[in-house]
Design a protein around this ligand. Sequence first.
Ligand SMILES: Cc1cc2nc3c(=O)[nH]c(=O)nc-3n(C[C@H](O)[C@H](O)[C@H](O)COP(=O)(O)OP(=O)(O)OC[C@H]3O[C@@H](n4cnc5c(N)ncnc54)[C@H](O)[C@@H]3O)c2cc1C
Length: 386
Amino acid sequence: MDSTTFDYAIIGAGAAGLNLALHMIEDPFFKDKKIALFDKDSKKENDKTWCFWEKGQGHWDHLVARQWRNATVTGTDGKEHTFNISPYSYKMIHALDFYDHARDKINQAPNVTWILSEVEDVRLQDTITVQASKEYRIHDHVFDSRISPGFYSDQSSVKLLQHFKGWVIETPTGIFDDSTFVMMDFNWRWKDTTSFIYILPHAKNKALVEFTLFSPSLIEDENYETMIKGYLSDVLKLENYTITTTEKGVIPMSDYAFHKDNSHQLTKIGTAGSWVKPSSGYSFKNAGKMSLQIIANIKKGMLPSKGLIRKKFRFYDAIFLDVLYNRNELGPKLFTIMYCKNSIQKIFSFLNEETNFLEDLGIMNSFPKAPFNKALVRKLYHRAFS
Ligand SMILES: Cc1cc2nc3c(=O)[nH]c(=O)nc-3n(C[C@H](O)[C@H](O)[C@H](O)COP(=O)(O)OP(=O)(O)OC[C@H]3O[C@@H](n4cnc5c(N)ncnc54)[C@H](O)[C@@H]3O)c2cc1C
């Protein structure tokens, strides 16, 4: 094979592409397969921090910068609820540590080539062509983390945004409980929206304090900062602190079927492949799970995307998103119920799509019925008449 011919192409060296590439490198099955990994970016910036819950030891533990065993949710009842999340831990990885680790592994893998180039087009005919700085021929399969333009033009899906801005601050004295992270503090929210404060204490005198909204549209940049500043002064009574880093992001929370372009030649991965949990915005842990499933499918000679999407959970997510979209002001109450009327371990397992139908029913029963029934009717009506 020449330098423009590969067995597999992975487009995007992000959470999904790198999880897949690293798991392929670790599996002897791919030893003799040539893999091209394309990214337009050199991935030398710490552009985000990934957190996820996990039971016991995990595959990326050597990259985990911090982990917590306790969480708090301050609900619409005004109370701070503290949970021991054991046997789960909530783990945090700096994206740059993950990119650096991946770069090292890929440099040592003779069969994987990291190509710094924007992919402009993928043509799927008898042969697969990836058009980047050069034209590349791919024998077997393309894994693509570019979001399809169809997502932006689609009118039939619910498109909520998880948008946030956070500051990593340092304080002169230790004021944070570094054994406990704040999952959601609903006492500090933007009027009539699903919004909350999220805190990851890195140390007693250092924490990420983030203001997050799950809502249909963005707010002005200065408003996130007003909310963080207000929380620091009014709730934490902090006037003296230094901002060391800023994090900002937007994650689509949508029931759009990103995965509908999957075929025997191409699999959409990551956000572009419906790997982000629509109702929570989490996807890093899922990227590992999905990558292993793809590898198992390839080894069995099956369609790489077989079994990646669980219809039952997509349906639950679609209903929940519909409620949040149409009754955004209800979100704080619904999340309070979710975390405070159910065991947090059960909720983590539900969000990981590992619960059975009876367990799902138990969780659903804890919610008020009316908004969900209305959302169900809206969905059925939409399906029947559009
Ligand atoms: C700031 C932020 C914080 C987040 N925190 C968490 C978290 O704590 N936990 C969690 O589970 N999820 C989190 N998420 C959500 C989700 O896990 C991430 O967005 C995750 O990075 C998605 O993985 P991905 O591979 O789909 O996309 P990305 O990681 O964004 O990777 C996509 C890659 O594709 C490349 N690319 C795109 N187009 C092209 C092209 N045409 N040619 C070549 N390369 C291209 C990009 O340069 C990029 O490197 C966060 C998201 C953001 C934005």
